[in-house]
Design a protein around this ligand. Structure first.
Ligand code: GLN
Length: 370
């Protein structure tokens, strides 16, 4: 076989952005913001280029590892810097899974989770979330428990959850942790939207199970610079775990761009002191409202997210493939998040990390769809 795991398929996010450009559509598909990154990040980058231009250690610039550690409340020595969260997840798959292993994850599933597990030789096993008009998205813990076998190696979580917007409760996480402990599973917790929540802050899984949790995070999502490709892994403490993960990480791009690491190191504490995440939350809460109200007026059923910058909606007649070409609005088709189970009929993911004017223009265009 030339290609393992059919991983060569174009990502749905890249495809919808390509079609949006081709048809001149408003891009409410791929999750990247319209707004510029904060000035304190850009200024730090200007200072870093010309002063931090050579390789950094594969585990990351020490100042950045310490800044991430301080932000997350872990030791900087347990933090590994990666090329975005996507590479972080891939490094973990390569380091932790092997042939014959099963990896549990929920469905709808973010697009890289399945091919990354397969490229590592493992089998992804998905447990479907339940969707009802009354309760929105809910997790069936019984189904998750029933999916564990003697081959299960890890549980991959994403909370706040792309695309559903679910934030797993402390009680749900405690039960998942109990399951992981009973079967000695790793927990990989993709927390790239950790600062993008609209109610109570998400509980970091590492605080419940530090001994087995890898936390994945993203400077791109937090600081509105998704093209910078600076992500991280906070490893379980001690006994050479981070060293092993760094060893796998260096086989990819060796290290992340050094000047951008230096800039993120300077910006992470400033994001707290300048209230940047509060600003993001209040801004995105307002845009979410704008988009959700508009979509409801157009006949969509909207599931209000507790976190992320995505809305999931059901609409009886809208289809992503035709909307991008004929309405001039790009969204992500629900089927893109389903591999093993059928997607709910008419499911779409719509991003609200876009400007108010783009959201308004998209709604005007959707109103003209017959
Ligand atoms: N996280 C982004 C999204 O869901 C996309 C990530 C990517 O395209 N690599 O839209």
């Amino acid at each position: 076989l030339l290609f393992r795991a059919r991983a060569s398929q174009e990502s749905v996010f890249a495809r919808m952005s390509r079609l949006a450009a081709q048809f001149g559509a408003v891009n409410l598909g791929q999750g990247f913001p319209s707004d510029a990154p904060p000035a304190f990040l850009l200024e730090a980058a200007r200072r870093a280029v010309g002063t931090h231009d050579q390789y950094s250690p594969p585990a990351g610039l020490p100042v950045l590892r310490d800044a991430i550690g301080a932000d997350l409340g872990v030791d900087g020595g347990d933090v590994i810097v990666t090329g975005g969260a996507t590479e972080a997840l891939n490094v973990l798959a390569l380091a932790l899974y092997g042939p014959g292993d099963e990896v549990l994850m929920l469905e709808p599933v973010f697009d890289v989770y399945l091919p990354q597990a397969r490229l590592a030789g493992a089998t992804p096993v998905t447990v479907p979330m339940q969707l009802s008009a009354a309760k929105g998205w809910t997790l069936d813990l019984g189904a998750l428990r029933a999916a564990v076998t003697e081959r299960t190696r890890a549980i991959l979580l994403n909370s706040p959850y792309n695309p559903t917007g679910t934030v797993l409760s402390r009680e749900e996480l405690e039960q998942i942790v109990a399951l992981a402990r009973a079967h000695d599973l790793w927990i990989i917790s993709d927390e790239v939207y950790d600062e993008l929540y609209f109610g109570a802050p998400p509980v970091p899984v590492r605080t419940l199970a530090p001994e087995r949790t890898f936390t994945v995070g993203s400077a791109g999502k937090r600081l509105e610079a998704t093209g910078w490709r600076i992500g991280w892994i906070a490893c379980p403490p001690g006994a050479g775990v981070a060293g092993n993960i760094a060893g796998v990480r260096q086989q990819g791009s060796f290290c992340s761009p050094t000047p951008l690491q230096a800039a993120v190191a300077a910006a992470l504490p400033l994001a707290r002191t300048e209230g940047f995440y509060d600003h993001l939350r209040s801004e995105y809460a307002a845009r979410q409202q704008l988009l959700a109200d508009g979509l409801r007026d157009l006949g969509a059923t909207v599931f209000t997210p507790r976190g992320t910058y995505f809305l999931t909606v059901l609409h009886p007649s809208w289809r992503a493939e035709t909307l991008v070409e004929h309405a001039g609005v790009a969204v992500i088709p629900g089927e893109a998040f389903y591999a093993h189970h059928p997607a709910p009929e008419g499911l779409l993911r719509v991003a609200f990390c876009k400007s108010r004017s783009e959201i308004a223009r998209a709604l005007e265009r959707l109103a003209r769809v017959p």
